[in-house]
Design a binder for this molecule. Structure first.
Ligand SMILES: Nc1ncnc2c1ncn2[C@@H]1O[C@H](COP(=O)(O)OP(=O)(O)O)[C@@H](O)[C@H]1O
Ligand SMILES: [Mg+2]
Length: 460
């Protein structure tokens, strides 16, 4: 098999000099993640300098290093390794002229949709689909993911994220997508933006990197739809909207609850119709599925295979995975949403809890939502409606920011407001009984993953 990169190719791509020839099968800048045969890129960050870990990388089997200082062992030397990482990403993108490239952004649902899209395209073209790993979606994660793209890639999927205006412009110019998807626009990372409109504008930057024949895919039901369309118009050859509303280009015509909490629907696409099941519960997953189908059609992928893949989707760890909580006298269901939270995803997943059939109680363990800025209290208080609509029997609210929700819910709701995850674990152990459904959701920094581990660890 042709290697991912030869040292000559790397040197040419980054304008560096090679010392000792090597072939690399992978790329990483985290020395702890080095696998035998990888290229290790020594980045100089604020906290640490990757050059300190070059020997460790070689000890773990790195084939070569990309450095800006003299080192022992095969390497390519440049003036600036951060720029070299960008250049390597750009070179990977350039040589993949046969690949259809998809960029995914949005306030929520990027990773979920990217992973579903991977499953959908991989079903039709096994081993020819490349994607960003994890949430590698920023100024280092995106070029890294590009540089890892195998030459023979048919579909390349790249998640792009941002906290500030201007970031997506830079990322999308590296990725140069044929298809650019905005999953949704909502108040996430709101502390960095004056308004939700400003978030929409920053998300709309993704379209500025579209290839000349590019397709923009936009959420039809979103209040900022027209702003996104205006942002796409100068750059996109075609604009495709997806959603539930009458008039969306890709729309769910017939939606019913499917087996095991999933949804059955018929997707009406511009050129096709497809009846499909999406295994993951919730209306937000119907949206993600419609976005996936819109992308699959836009890249000329296999829609039927995509439909089969959606029916098989498992829950991602921290993003909807369903776990068993073993109890002395039975078991409870735990929905692990501990990876992150903002008003849109809280509302979406509370709805899932409300629709969950239970023989016991519905319990919501909700951690604070971070990075919401000056309106933090209002955003927390506004969850009272969704909590009540979800018929929550008992709520454990975690973290000081949740005081606003505790107050908004008032004495009519059975709840405990606790300072941290350790206290939440204790209350949860007392509260959870057989037949209960337990939603666990909060910003990652609240640490509710530890609660999931404590209650349902080993039951994966
Ligand atoms: N389309 C959507 N609308 C609202 N919430 C969603 C959507 N898709 C996923 N979610 C919720 O958001 C959480 C985070 O999803 P994720 O895909 O990791 O987002 P991102 O990568 O954009 O941060 C999920 O666990 C789920 O609760
Ligand atoms: Mg993500």
């Amino acid at each position: 098999m042709t290697p991912l990169w030869t040292s000559e190719e790397i040197a040419r791509a980054v304008g560096g000099t090679a010392q000792g020839g090597f072939e690399a099968g992978g790329v990483t800048f985290d020395s702890r993640e080095v696998e035998p045969g990888d290229l290790f890129i020594a980045l100089r960050g604020e906290a640490t300098d990757g050059h300190r870990f070059v020997s460790q990388a070689f000890a773990r089997g790195a084939a070569g290093a990309l450095v800006s200082e003299p080192v022992e062992g095969a390497h390519v030397r440049v003036a600036d390794t951060v720029q070299a990482l960008d250049a390597l990403g750009r070179a990977a993108r350039e040589r993949s002229s046969q690949a259809r490239i998809v960029g995914v952004t949005g306030s929520v649902g990027k990773t979920s949709t990217k992973e579903a899209l991977f499953a959908a395209l991989d079903r039709g073209s096994p081993d020819r689909v490349h994607r960003s790993l994890k949430s590698y979606n920023n100024h280092t994660g995106v070029p890294l993911s590009l540089s890892r793209m195998p030459r023979e890639t048919r579909y390349g999927l790249f998640e792009m994220g941002m906290n500030h205006a201007g970031e997506l412009s830079a990322l999308t110019r590296l990725v140069r997508p044929h298809v650019a998807l905005v999953t949704t626009v909502a108040s996430a990372h709101r502390e960095f933006f004056a308004s939700e409109e400003a978030i929409a504008d920053a998300k709309g930057e993704i379209f500025s990197g579209l290839e000349p024949d590019g397709v923009a895919i936009i959420p039809f039901d979103n209040p900022h739809r027209d702003r996104l369309i205006a942002a796409a118009r100068p750059h996109a050859a075609r604009i495709v909207t997806f959603g539930l509303g009458e008039g969306a280009d890709v729309r769910a015509g017939y939606v019913v609850r499917g087996p095991k909490g999933g949804t059955m629907a018929t997707a009406l696409l511009p050129e096709a119709q497809l009846s499909f099941t999406v295994a993951q519960p919730g209306e937000h997953w119907v949206m993600n599925a419609l976005a996936v189908l819109a992308v699959v059609e836009a890249v000329g992928g296999d829609l039927a295979a995509a439909g089969l893949a959606l029916a098989d989707l498992g829950g991602l760890k921290g993003r909807g995975e369903r776990l068993r909580v073993p109890l002395a006298d039975g078991e409870a269901l735990l929905i692990d949403e501990s990876y992150n939270a903002n008003p849109a995803s809280m509302t979406a997943t509370l709805k899932v809890l409300g629709d969950e059939p239970v023989t016991g109680r519905r319990i919501a363990i909700l951690g604070a939502m971070r990075e919401l800025g000056a309106e933090t209290d209002d955003f927390h208080a506004a969850l009272a409606g969704p909590v009540e609509a979800a018929k929550v029997d008992f709520a454990i609210l975690v973290g000081p920011e949740m005081g606003a929700l505790a107050k908004a819910l008032g004495p009519g709701t059975d709840l405990a407001h606790v300072p941290d995850t350790a206290a939440a674990i204790e209350r949860a152990r007392e509260a959870i009984g057989p037949g209960d459904a337990v939603l666990v959701k909060g910003s990652n920094s609240i640490g509710l993953a530890a609660l999931v581990e404590a209650l349902a660890g080993g039951e994966r």
